[in-house]
Write a protein that binds this ligand. Structure first.
Ligand SMILES: [Zn+2]
Ligand SMILES: [Zn+2]
Length: 283
């Protein structure tokens, strides 16, 4: 029997992420996710910047997960963080980088999974009046996705309006922020909090499945949950000349608890590289 079968785990969230995470954990692991009522993850920083994030994303995740584990007194915890910005290779496209952390205090392990998706409405615009930005509203899927409005000149306490889903609220917030802003302009951005952003919720759901599936896999050596890819080996041979390229040749599987590792062929079955990536054929 899997060690997590029938167990409870704490999800530290104020933003309804249970919507995306409960089901995969139920379906794959039969783990029931509990959400503490009294928890303020905003003290660790907010997207809209009223509280600066001082920790790295992984440190933030650890703190967040532990807050919930302490609150409910459970040894299993989960927390999620997202960051948004230009795509690494396609800077004109926005990307959503989601991280999910699992802590198992009894086994003394952490398991981390990532998901990078270009399915995101992440965007910002600086405007002077509401009439400026109908195209923007369509593009960011307003009103199914909420907006954040603040003065363009900087953050002024009490002048960040979040979770705006009605045109009249947006209009009002724009009027207030424009008179509060030193330059008269207003900074509008997509509200990236999960409960305000169904597109992000979908990405978190996909990632939760990935993590649940990974936790389902046990280490072949010590039977600890969380067996999965921890590294890659480059050197996929070029299909034209046979020399090694920088493309991934093998995936390295590892255990979060012991040092056992195993190299496996790529999951996608690719065995050779296109000469495009070969330093010899295409220098
Ligand atoms: Zn070659
Ligand atoms: Zn192991």
């Amino acid at each position: 029997m899997h060690p997590y079968m029938g167990k409870k785990a704490v999800l530290s969230t104020m933003h309804g992420k249970q919507q995306a995470i409960v089901q995969p954990f139920k379906n794959f692991l039969n783990v029931s996710i509990q959400v503490p009522n009294k928890i303020n993850t905003d003290v660790l920083g907010t997207f809209s910047g009223e509280i600066e994030r001082e920790l790295t994303p992984i440190e933030t995740l650890r703190k967040k997960a532990r807050m919930g584990m302490e609150e409910l007194g459970l040894p299993l915890g989960i927390a999620s963080e997202g960051s948004f910005g230009p795509h690494r290779y396609l800077p004109w496209v926005a990307e959503d980088h989601e991280i999910l952390l699992w802590i198992d205090e009894e086994q003394g392990i952490e398991v981390i999974e990532h998901e990078v998706s270009v399915e995101t409405n992440f965007d910002t615009k600086i405007i002077s009046s509401f009439n400026d930005f109908n195209d923007f509203l369509d593009k960011v899927h307003f009103p199914s996705h909420a907006l954040v409005v603040r003065p363009n000149s900087g953050i002024i306490p009490g002048f960040t309006f979040k979770g705006l889903k009605r045109a009249f609220e947006v209009k009002e917030a724009i009027a207030i922020c424009s008179s509060a802003s030193a330059d008269g302009l207003v900074h509008v951005e997509t509200d990236m909090r999960a409960h305000m952003n169904p597109t992000r919720m979908k990405v978190i759901n996909k990632l939760a499945e990935k993590l649940a599936v990974r936790l389902l896999k046990l280490c072949p050596d010590c039977s600890c949950p969380g067996w999965g890819v921890i590294d890659v080996v480059r050197g996929l041979p070029c299909e034209a000349c046979g020399l090694k390229t920088k493309q991934i040749a093998q995936e390295v599987y590892g255990c979060p608890s012991c040092n056992f590792k195993k190299e496996e062929p790529r999951q996608d079955g690719v065995k050779t590289s296109s000469p495009t990536y070969c330093d010899w054929c295409n220098p």
